[in-house]
Design a protein around this ligand. Structure first.
Ligand code: PMP
Length: 458
């Protein structure tokens, strides 16, 4: 890290302290300590303003930089595209927009249309708007409700916060619009039903909500394939088959939120592809361009798309939505190159292999540290839930969870923990290294956790 002078960096840190409002941060401590500023990245590693090197086990903090830092080929693809054609509103097509949509759809049998915007929240909100318009256009206003699951998260706008299964995230920003209804989570470790086939029972709980609300009022069900910030929850066997069956039975559109799992994170292109699900909508954002440009996609079937085709003179018939920067060409140009890298470097296979190593290491840590109550994961997306007591499963207090994260940070490894939005359950360490991780990287991550747990929890 040598491209900035120490004076430059001090000035940056002071400017940041004086003027930048950081995401999801309490700023009071920054009155006395420096805010964290990340200066450079290469491969799996980043350097902060003090010159300290970190192994990034969370892909840019929020499961985003799937192909790693410093990819010149993506920067060049974006640069070349911007010089040729940077922007025209999305009512018109673009060369990278068309090419990326085609490449994406090749990976998503059964789906056929891509709607571009900028963030995961927006991509999800587009689905909610499509569902509402379908209700108006085709169901006489019925089928307008959208079901979401406890502990899942779908975004930060008021509309998507109305589908937050993490209560504290939404608590201070209401009131919310009507028609969003929560169904129970499916985390077997935190059992809500004492039954043999937990997956089936958790899916039946969705059916109970549908029957309570009235099937003709419910238009859509949105689910994360593996719940991310809500605790790295991999649904139990039998869950998805039943969910699919319920959606078909009651004519409910199934929306899979792949904002975290999408584009390789779990070892397949999309998380839902582990389970043979046939979604009506798939949304994606973070890993689509690995953070090299802003892009999100709302992908749907030709059948849904056809519902919006109509008499061209009827100005109420089409999807009346626009996202100014959804017409940017940098996003799809970066996404195309990102996809090429994943394919040419065999990163899906690497994700499966390194994910297995990470889970194996975490299971070994479980034998050593009683404080680990459960480990869960799919591909390079793993969690270790920390408990004060394995018998009662009482959550480890947040102070110590944060101390484990801080200890790893001091060792030069950035790990995450479930956000502070699930009361009493802010206790799952989250690991999501880039898909290029090597065995040494994986071992460095789990060694750091091992040492941190020994220091913090004994
Ligand atoms: N869905 C999921 C599953 C997410 O984890 C997130 C972001 N953490 C979002 C949607 C929202 O994405 P964005 O922050 O890009 O709006």
């Amino acid at each position: 890290m040598d491209s900035y002078s120490s004076n430059d960096i001090s000035a940056v840190v002071e400017a940041d302290r004086a003027h930048v409002w950081h995401h999801l941060s309490q700023h009071k401590p920054y009155e006395t300590v420096d805010p964290r500023v990340i200066i450079e990245g290469k491969g799996m590693r980043v350097w902060d303003a003090r010159g300290k090197e970190h192994l990034d086990a969370v892909s840019g903090g929020v499961w985003t930089v799937n192909v790693g830092y410093g990819r010149e080929s993506i920067a060049n693809a974006v640069r070349d595209q911007l010089i040729k054609m940077n922007y025209f509103a999305g009512a018109a097509g673009s060369v990278p927009g068309a090419r990326f949509a085609q490449r994406l759809i090749e990976k998503m049998p059964g789906l056929s249309r891509v709607y571009y915007s900028n963030s995961g929240s927006e991509a999800n909100e587009k689905v909610y708007k499509m569902v509402r318009q379908i209700a108006h256009k085709h169901h006489g206003g019925r089928k307008w409700k959208i079901l979401y699951r406890e502990r899942d998260y779908h975004g930060t706008t008021i509309g998507t916060l109305a589908t937050s299964g993490q209560a504290q995230r939404a608590a201070q920003y209401g009131p919310y619009p009507d028609g969003f209804v929560m169904v129970p989570h499916c985390l077997e470790y935190r059992k809500q039903w004492d039954v043999e086939n937990y997956g089936l029972r958790a899916a039946e709980a969705i059916e109970e909500v549908i029957l309570r609300e009235g099937p003709d009022t419910v238009g859509c069900l949105v689910l994360e394939p593996v719940t991310a910030g809500g605790g790295v929850i991999v649904p139990p066997a039998g869950y998805w088959e039943k969910v699919q069956e319920i959606c078909a039975k009651y004519d409910i559109l199934l929306h899979i939120d792949e904002v975290v799992c999408g584009v390789g994170r779990t070892g397949t292109w999309f998380g839902y592809q582990h389970y043979g699900i046939k979604p009506d909508f798939v949304t994606m954002a973070k890993g689509v361009a690995s953070g090299y440009a802003a892009i999100s996609c709302t992908v749907t079937t030709e059948a849904v798309f056809e519902l919006f085709k109509d008499d061209p003179t009827d100005t109420m018939s089409y999807f009346r939505d626009i996202s100014t920067f959804g017409g940017c060409t940098a996003g799809p140009a970066a996404a195309l190159e990102n996809m090429r890298i994943i394919e040419d470097e065999g990163l899906l296979d690497n994700t499966t292999a390194m994910g297995a190593r990470l889970m194996g290491n975490l299971r070994a840590l479980m034998d050593k540290h009683a404080v680990i109550g459960d480990v869960r994961g799919k591909g390079l997306f793993c969690g270790a839930e920390l408990v004060a007591d394995r018998g009662s499963k009482e959550a480890l207090d947040e102070k110590r969870v944060q101390a484990v994260v801080a200890d790893c940070m001091a060792q030069g490894v950035i790990i995450g923990a479930t956000n502070r939005s699930v009361p009493g359950l802010n206790n799952t360490l989250c690991l999501s290294p880039a898909l290029i991780a090597t065995p040494d990287d994986i071992d460095q991550i789990t060694d750091a956790i091992d040492q941190a747990l020994t220091r913090v929890c004994g």
